[in-house]
Design a protein around this ligand. Sequence first.
Ligand SMILES: Nc1ncnc2c1ncn2[C@@H]1O[C@H](COP(=O)(O)OP(=O)(O)O)[C@@H](O)[C@H]1O
Ligand SMILES: Nc1ccn([C@@H]2O[C@H](COP(=O)(O)O)[C@@H](O)[C@H]2O)c(=O)n1
Length: 231
Amino acid sequence: MTIPSFVIGIAGGTGAGKTTVSRLITESVGESVTRIPLDNYYEDLSHLDFEERTEVNYDHPSAFEWELLREQLRLLTEGQSVEMPQYDFEEHNRKDERMTVEPTDVIILEGILSLYDEAVNEMMDLRLYVETDADVRILRRIDRDVVERGRNLEGVMDQYLSTVKPMHEQFIEPSKKHADLIIPEGANSVAVNLLEEKVRAEVTGDVARDWERETFDREVSDAVTLSESEP
Ligand SMILES: Nc1ncnc2c1ncn2[C@@H]1O[C@H](COP(=O)(O)OP(=O)(O)O)[C@@H](O)[C@H]1O
Ligand SMILES: Nc1ccn([C@@H]2O[C@H](COP(=O)(O)O)[C@@H](O)[C@H]2O)c(=O)n1
């Protein structure tokens, strides 16, 4: 494994296709890549009751526990495992259990505000912004939130107009300026294939470096053995 790891950030509006892109890369490259959903770092809201939690603005930067994210990313890039929180969208809260994440060659942080925090941005080697038209995103979101996140149409529409849209305009869209590359439409196959190649190169580059290091060690060891055997 390469230490430090290669860190990729994938930001973009809700429904843009961030999770789909990062899942495709993770599944195709395999266990050398770890996907870190930013959603897992929503603040623990156990001190609020369910009704109060439904009123929270989940698209404002203050909804996230940035300090924990910075710390866990730092540990992973230094080769240490972390206990990552898990998120429950139906409960609007963190789950009780955490998940052990081992350090890997490549780490992908994906979420609406992945390119928002300066310290997190500095830890990244490649910053991507997935750009998809707002009408497409809201249609995708309605479908997903009703099917997967236990919401109803009216709730999704209210939330979109009251917080999701204004926060997108105020914080998410402007974070695009930190991106190295912009990916249109989410899971577009040209972009995903190129990213897979880049990630594979990072992973196999590690193999090449290991091989070079082993060869170097063997040559040094042979040289030492030779010099020791000389009279
Ligand atoms: N390029 C695409 N074409 C069609 N549907 C897509 C595309 N990218 C993503 N989707 C779909 O849109 C929905 C939202 O995508 P997702 O990756 O969860 O977005 P995000 O993580 O940005 O909120 C999912 O149902 C996904 O299958
Ligand atoms: N309890 C919550 C927490 C977050 N959200 C919404 O999730 C969106 C971010 O996730 P994506 O997969 O869509 O990027 C964000 O826009 C929040 O509004 C929520 O609805 N409920």
